[in-house]
Design a protein around this ligand. Sequence first.
Ligand code: HEM
Length: 524
Amino acid sequence: MLQLLGTSDLLQPVSFALVAIFLILLYKWSSASATTANNSLPPSPPKLPIIGNFHQLGLHPHRSLLALSKRHGPLMLLHFGSVPVLVVSSAEAAREIMKTHDIAFSNRPKSTIYEKLAYNYKDIATAPYGEYWRQMKSICVLNLLSNKMVRSFRAVREEETQHMINKIKDSCSILSSSSSSSSVLNLREMFVTLTNDVICRVALGSKYSGEEGGKMSKEIIKEFVELLGTTDIGDYIPWLSWLSHVNGLHAKIDKVAKQFDDFLESVVQEHIDQMSKSGNDERVHVENKEQKDFVDILLGIQEGSLAGFSLDRVGIKALILDMFIAGTDTTSATLVWTMAELIRNPRILRKAQDEVREVLKGKRKVEETDLSELVYLKLVLKESFRLHPPAPLLLPRETLESCTIEGYEIPANTMVFVLAKMVGSDPKCWENPKEFLPERFMDSSVDYKGNHFELLPFGAGRRGCPGMNFAAKLIELALANLLYCFDWELPHRVRREDMDMEEAAGLTVAKKVPLFLAARPAYP
Ligand code: HEM
């Protein structure tokens, strides 16, 4: 996944070099017109020689692209160095790209960072469109992410959510002897642990978080995701690729890739050893486990053979990698944004709490069977995805062939960004788009499943997110329990009006300032 400018420290030298180049070349720059000479191409802002439109990107690429799109329209053509980049920012254009011409837009662009981190594009998210990608995605959906599989992990979600609730209760009771029985918690920390532990248990068979043995530290995942949000300038301006050696970017990528690989290697090896121990030295069945985990299943697939497709050890590691990287940060960021919006909007928080307390009628905890009755909670989640899609640019696509969209010619090998965040706040689609108003979905069939192009947190079409159900079930269960079991407020002295809702930079856009909230048990 190529990403635009993300982590700033590594990019400082790049920025200096770019500024230098900019100054040297500026005098040569004859004033460019606001539209491209070729009228059949989408409109473009003026670009500079060599760097193209790079200088117009700030630390938050989606915001810079949003501002440029407002000026140049819903289909805009930029150039990052020598690479043409199409930026899409209306629901109609998104439909054209992800539905009408879905195959033509189903490739992913190449990137040195991804080549190194994702085993040379052997995972799903970065694999080029084709048979390998198709087989990997269907293995993953069939064995982990289908509705049936997601339902089968119900106990894991319920146990881990309960574990989180118990920890909050414990921290409240430690304080109950003091003046206040409410406990101030860092919600991001809690949610990252929850999502990590659920993914570890269903994919790897047990928890590997720092808490339970420290093999998979949250730090490695954080560094990994940060790198995904970084640009390797050499991908766009090849003769500047030496910069990434000099500024340490490549060394850092190699280090993080090795740390992650060491972890994945040990997990796979542990599973093989366990299988050998389980009796007959065959990697076919794990007798002593209640349910095979994803790694067991993948090793089984490796042993057998799918017609015309072989899954090797690297492919297995790449698949597990995707589950962590694509599933953890996105899910925890959504939980944080939703709780932040609820606390900013007490009427909505009250209404969601009244609903869950009315439905539960004194039960001890929310179970998944209760979720279908929590209608308002689902509207809250939709509204959260509309205003805070965790991947505001989705993942970049690339055109496989040239095609015509809304009368414009889009060349083959063009990188494509769909601005889900901008589409979600387009006044043409949404009334009072800046307001957090779950009621807007009350009598509307619009949902986030990829059929309504004004709401695209999970993308759509062939390359759409396969983890949507997996994520939505966990988010709903966690939210319902948090609202049922506790009353929430801002810590002492923090005023609602002063809450900082700024976004952090990066591939997954999390809340920049951590969300600290005080929890008070709703029931003794
Ligand atoms: C709130 C949670 C999540 C959000 C908002 C999200 C969002 C996205 C988006 C926007 C894409 C790109 C779609 C496109 O190009 O059209 C994507 C792809 C992907 N997601 Fe998710 N995701 C979430 C959770 C998950 C989970 C839990 C998993 C797996 C455990 C997962 C696995 C993947 C994979 C494998 C891809 C690549 C698909 C492909 O290239 O064919 N995601 N996700």
